[in-house]
Design a protein around this ligand. Structure first.
Ligand SMILES: [Zn+2]
Length: 180
């Protein structure tokens, strides 16, 4: 088993990686709506920058809504998750769960953006049929179980938000005593 360890492979580490990538690969030409013809797994810097920005803003928004006294957010992007946890540590359980779901969803999003979807998506079961075999195709996450389809016979698609929700609530159900 090669499951991501929380201590090393998490949203903060993934965001740090994206940030680093952006700094090392500044945009050198015009970027239209689609990726330039670089290697398939190369993130597009301009899109990466706005992705980082949107991710950080989402965390800040959720944290300030839960705790208006949260104060100044950290300037280092990857520090945002620790900041969010610190300022929602005493929030109601549903707020903390929502925070964990957002963080985990962003972990998935960061990894997908870096072209690393296999490592982070494949360890998840399909929420509909419970089997492994989720694939990313055409920007969507599909279940490859041929019996797992919608009423039109199309493969079940799963959002990263749903995977994150299943993961976080499943984990909490298994380990109620987990502390943050
Ligand atoms: Zn399925």
């Amino acid at each position: 088993m090669n499951q991501p360890a929380d201590s090393t492979d998490n949203a903060a580490a993934r965001l740090r990686h994206l940030n680093q990538y952006f700094l090392e690969h500044p945009v050198t030409g015009p970027v239209e709506g689609h990726a330039p013809t670089t290697t398939a797994s190369t993130p597009v810097s301009l899109g990466t920058l706005s992705h980082i920005d949107a991710s950080v803003r989402e965390i800040i928004k959720h944290t300030r809504k839960a705790n208006p006294d949260a104060g100044q957010a950290p300037t280092r992007a990857a520090a945002i998750y620790d900041w969010a946890r610190e300022h929602t540590a005493h929030a109601p359980e549903d707020v903390q769960q929502r925070r964990d779901v957002i963080e985990y969803r962003q972990y998935l999003e960061h990894a997908v953006r870096a072209g690393d979807w296999r490592k982070v998506i494949r360890p998840h079961r399909c929420p509909e049929c419970g089997t492994f075999g989720l694939m990313r195709r055409g920007g969507r996450i599909l279940c490859t179980n041929s019996k797992c389809t919608d009423t039109d016979g199309l493969s079940t698609t799963v959002t990263l938000a749903r995977l994150a929700h299943e993961h976080v609530t499943g984990r909490k159900n298994l380990r109620r005593t987990r502390t943050t």
